[in-house]
Design a protein around this ligand. Structure first.
Ligand SMILES: C[S@@+](CC[C@H](N)C(=O)[O-])C[C@H]1O[C@@H](n2cnc3c(N)ncnc32)[C@H](O)[C@@H]1O
Length: 229
């Protein structure tokens, strides 16, 4: 279902993305890349790369980049800045273990049918000390911003998506936020997958969030300290 939905919206995905984020999405992706704190030249997987916005930003900034996504339609529409792409499910990545310096994923967490399985796979492909960055939408805490965000996200965005792209997909979008577990639970799921230094970063007053974490030091080791801070 997820793959079919993204195949359907792929041709207009970038246009609708720019409009519904009022052009802020590029800055959010850059910020998420910065929070990985990895040097240029590092090998980074853009997981659920879609049309390649994160991959292109990585490649432009001197990172060795690969992209992977479930949807052939999104991959066919991608402009990944020269990065190689693979059609793959995040729960079964076609990469050897412990070779990758960083895994980043933009606006995909909500769409993973089995988030814990995807995180376990991220831990498998990352080298010990490798970095994880998960960028996604969030709900602002300030009452005023929360109200404006609700009107925009549940009222305007679905209409915009209906006119320019696919009605069902953009009505699903606001609902998909509810698929994310509450913050503490989400951070605990990341820690339980084999990550330490699990941090939550708020962007643009809480419209978006980036969860960062570090792959635990020894392969397969889950320490008590793997719990989020
Ligand atoms: C909202 S798009 C985000 C695309 C891109 N990362 C961005 O920043 O715009 C979500 C992407 O997640 C992909 N996806 C969903 N579930 C997946 C899975 N299990 N494995 C790989 N990709 C998946 C979809 O195909 C889609 O391209």
């Amino acid at each position: 279902m997820v793959r079919e939905m993204f195949d359907a919206i792929a041709p207009r995905y970038d246009l609708v993305n720019r409009l519904m984020s009022l052009g802020m999405d590029r800055g959010w992706r850059r910020r998420a890349i910065g929070l990985l704190q990895l040097a240029p030249g590092s090998l980074i997987l853009d997981l659920a790369c879609g049309t390649g916005d994160v991959a292109r930003e990585l490649a432009t900034n001197g990172y060795r980049t690969i992209g992977a996504d479930l949807s052939f339609g999104m991959l066919a529409a991608a402009r990944p800045g020269g990065a190689p792409l693979a059609q793959a499910d995040g729960t079964a990545l076609p990469f050897a273990g412990h070779r990758i310096d960083g895994v980043i994923s933009g606006f995909a967490m909500r769409n993973f049918a089995d988030l814990a399985a995807v995180l376990a796979e991220c831990a498998r492909v990352l080298r010990p000390g490798g970095r994880l960055g998960l960028l996604d939408v969030d709900t602002p805490t300030s009452p005023l911003l929360r109200l404006g965000h609700r009107i925009w996200f549940t009222g305007v965005v679905p209409q915009l998506g209906s006119v320019l792209s696919d009605r069902a997909a953009y009505h699903y979008l606001p609902r998909s936020v509810a698929y994310l577990p509450p913050r503490d639970e989400l951070l605990a799921i990341v820690g339980d997958a084999g990550f330490i230094d699990v941090c939550h970063n708020t962007l643009s007053g809480g419209i978006t969030q980036v969860i960062t974490a570090t792959r635990a030091g020894a392969v397969g080791l889950l320490r008590a300290s793997a719990r989020p801070r």
